[in-house]
Design a protein around this ligand. Structure first.
Ligand SMILES: CC(C)(COP(=O)(O)OP(=O)(O)OC[C@H]1O[C@@H](n2cnc3c(N)ncnc32)[C@H](O)[C@@H]1OP(=O)(O)O)[C@@H](O)C(=O)NCCC(=O)NCCS
Length: 141
């Protein structure tokens, strides 16, 4: 969103929500991308939502894949999340291909979901389910 102002951005960067992990991708000392994992609350505490954004001058260099790998490592190996969700534009073949190679599947379409360049656009909802292994027989409960 344009015209948000410096104070808004400073607050957002210096007081991040404890439920959101934000990662920055650096290339030759420049910040060129970001990724976030937003943790679910209450009855959604088994789940999280992710978002990726790479500067278009740096696409195709493996940065998106690296950021997504880091976010999924957090989700799987530190939080043990069962469900990861995300949304992408239906025309965003690049992002959809990246997510499909990491086990995400298309779950549905949100119609007239966002305004893109002044037009209402749909969003594809994608998700990846990874259930925790059942305890082995004899394990303490
Ligand atoms: C989608 C996005 C994150 C990909 O980042 P990236 O750094 O270019 O991606 P990578 O270089 O790591 O490539 C990862 C995968 O993207 C896909 N991809 C890359 N270039 C592609 C192209 N020209 N056409 C189709 N798919 C392509 C491939 O699956 C690729 O995997 P591979 O290298 O094993 O073939 C980036 O384009 C972006 O930020 N787009 C704008 C914001 C956005 O769409 N975010 C996603 C919605 S949450």
């Amino acid at each position: 969103m344009p015209y948000t102002g410096e104070a808004f951005m400073l607050k957002r960067l210096s007081e991040p929500s404890p439920n959101v992990h934000q990662l920055v991708a650096a290339w030759d000392g420049l910040a060129v991308g970001m990724g976030s994992l937003m943790l679910g609350m209450g009855r959604r505490r088994h789940s999280g939502d992710i978002f990726l954004f790479i500067h278009d001058d740096y696409w195709g260099r493996g940065i998106g894949r690296a950021l997504l790998g880091a976010l999924l490592d957090l989700a799987d190996n530190w939080y043990g999340l069962s469900r990861i969700g995300l949304e992408a534009s239906p025309s965003n073949d690049r992002a959809i291909a990246l997510y499909e190679t990491h086990g995400f599947v298309r779950e549905g379409l949100k119609r007239a979901d966002v305004i893109l360049e002044g037009q209402l656009e749909d969003s594809v909802v994608m998700g990846r389910i990874r259930l925790a292994p059942a305890p082995a027989e004899g394990d303490p409960t």
